[in-house]
Design a protein around this ligand. Sequence first.
Ligand code: FES
Ligand code: FE
Length: 334
Amino acid sequence: MAAGALVSLNSGLDDPILLTQWLAIAWSTEIAPSQLLARQILNRDLVLWRDSTNTLHCWRDLCIHRGAKLSLGKVSNDCVICPYHAWQYDVSGQCIKIPAQPNLPPPAKAHAETYQTRERYGIVWVCLGTPSSDTPDFPQANDPTFRLVQAGPYRFRANGPRVMENLYDVAHLGIVHAGLLGDPLHPEIEDYEVTMSLLGPEAKAIRIWQPDPDGTGQPALVTYRYWAAGPLTAGLEKIHGPHNFGILSQVAPIDANHCELRMVIAMNYGHDIPAADIRAFQDTVTEQDRGIVESQRPELLPLDLQTELHLRSDRMAIAYRKWLRDIGFTYGTA
Ligand code: FES
Ligand code: FE
């Protein structure tokens, strides 16, 4: 094998649970009227577009006639026009016009493959099957006193569960994010409580001394709460005094080797901090994590609890692994 060649991580993208999940595929602002946006998720090529009522559509990026990519075509009169022979697909995905035979109605089978999509918190959510629930809730973002900042996407050459577990890992904050989210001179983690809900584990009352918990430059003793909102979606709440800082994180599998993390940050303070500064802080923190996560072996998260060693401070990660095992989640796990 050539040096540097990619080795498939054998991700298990065929896990049926993935087809029940809302995955973050884009930011709402990325999809302008009359534009076609090509994206990939779960190894499938997708195209996103808006009609004149601002309704968002997500289809398989493939024309059923000869397999051309619809994203190379154009939007006209609320129809997607294929770039190859100009078949016209209406908002329902039905082909309504075939220029090569204008006097015959297009066959019913001439239909784009369509998927459910939603917009919430500035994220475009897509479900490639039947959703098991509504799009994830982010309580802080529902409160109008909080400002929202979108960060990412951050691409990892890793499987989603390794990325997710990193988000639940408190003991690395003072090491990997020394000077930002923790202090290497105070690495100890007090015990904390983990409970379980239908959407996964939740960890409460984790106390951490942070030199700069939110990019404002002010040190604080903060209290963390993490909750799973699905196998690849997590919420975070960080409280210090009246300051409440939250992140909703979603990890979308792209292909067998990559996933993308999108984050929405919610803050009830710091309204004068430029969004670009908040985003840049998160970029720095995530880049620190990326190097570690991409180095982890095995790539597939071991759910047997024997393969790696576990500490009390790993309580949330242990609960996450047990829960993935209980629900039979196979993507990115072993
Ligand atoms: Fe799309 Fe022929 S491939 S119209
Ligand atoms: Fe981190």
